[in-house]
Design a protein around this ligand. Sequence first.
Ligand SMILES: Cc1cc2nc3c(=O)[nH]c(=O)nc-3n(C[C@H](O)[C@H](O)[C@H](O)COP(=O)(O)OP(=O)(O)OC[C@H]3O[C@@H](n4cnc5c(N)ncnc54)[C@H](O)[C@@H]3O)c2cc1C
Length: 454
Amino acid sequence: MNTNRKDNITNFRVERSTDKATGHAADKKSIAVIGAGIIGVNCAVELQTLGFNVTLLDKDNVGEGCSKGNAGHFATEQVFPLAQISLLWQLPKLLLDPLGPMAISPSYFPKAIPWFLKFIGNMTNKNRTKNSAAIKSLNKNAIAYYKTVLEAANAKHLLTTKGSLLVFEDTPLASVTKQYRQYHHAGVPVKLLNREQVLALEPNLNEKIQHALYFTDVGHTSNPHEICMALAEYAKKLGSVFKQFSVTEIKYGDLNVTISDGQTDLVFDQVVIATGAWSKKLLKQLDYKLPIEAERGYSLNLPNTKVNAELTRPVASAERRFIMTPMAHGLRLAGTVEFAGLEKKANMKRADMLYTHAKNMLINIPDFDESNSENKNDNKSDKTEQKWLGFRPSLPDSLPVIGQAPNHKNVYFALGHQHLGLTQGAITGKLIGQIITGQQTDIDISPFCISRFN
Ligand SMILES: Cc1cc2nc3c(=O)[nH]c(=O)nc-3n(C[C@H](O)[C@H](O)[C@H](O)COP(=O)(O)OP(=O)(O)OC[C@H]3O[C@@H](n4cnc5c(N)ncnc54)[C@H](O)[C@@H]3O)c2cc1C
């Protein structure tokens, strides 16, 4: 590594030498992974394992973005794209209800119109079938990839596979059965349970629950932030370096890529952009359009203060559209969708309303001071926070962008994993490794190419 202090340039590239026996370049290529969320840390582990010199960069600390306070659900059953025709008729109502499960800030709505038009375009049967097949291909072995990487990182305790429940309070049985058939038809392992069967699995659910879909093969974690930390630590153990660095500029050269924070230039052989909901500006510099929106979601952490107030697996409510996941600290309530961009202050009333929903579904629930709704009303978070806002990086077709930049051979994208970034993290890391080393990829990656928007 050459550092030129006068010009504030750090060159992570090394001169290439040739291995006499194989004729291959003997030196390791340097690669920057920008973004240390769940996607970036998985890419860093995989690339360092493959022998690259990895520098993991983030404007904050590891895992402080959307990967921190999410619901911790390895939701491999979620194989249907979010764009569905029934949502179309609900949009006007959503616009008018700031505390509904999906809200759109009226002042932000004009900015989100292009995204919504593309979203609506993805509601056709043809697009839904195509997008669902691509999601399925990512989800199919997503947990198996995690098991491997967490085992290697000595962190397999962070993944539990006890399945999850999607519970129904007043949806007619015919409609529940229809949904059951759809999942079954899509190849998702699922059972349809009646109330007694649900309560036998989760005795803390109350008698309002009538039915449930039991997804038997899915998993959850006791702490999604800890997974990021454990994988970043493992990447470090393998030889990678973490650097707090806010990338404001990317300059592309045929032989290298320079990234800058406005003061210091860092030069690498290759770069992976894994900056989640913040990716649009960086990609614009390289002339790629990225119709990404931050689907803002909230979570509320309830500490383990009461006996028998637990659940043993994630329980999602079909009608209330939120999820409760048992975690190391207690119970995490998470969900809701809000379109209001990256800058608008958090509206923690959206986190509070999750408690009202949970109270309606559980026999015992940990105490929580509902009157204190404004106690944490910024976009930042810390370890002790009770309420959290995260920015899901969502593209209108519900598919991420994974692959090489079509016009910049040393730049790769791993971003836009919407509601499924935790679930699809390990397989994304694996695919990025295969793409960069020119191996055959485990699945067809053509649906994830950025060219679909350009
Ligand atoms: C309420 C809620 C519940 C969820 N539940 C689940 C769930 O149960 N299961 C699931 O699979 N998914 C879930 N998700 C979605 C999941 O959290 C995201 O898809 C995932 O965290 C995205 O990971 P990421 O690494 O792409 O983004 P992030 O975790 O946001 O990481 C991106 C990183 O890039 C950094 N960055 C951005 N710009 C720059 C820059 N210019 N320079 C340097 N660094 C930069 C950021 O600081 C950030 O750390 C949930 C999301 C929410 C909001």
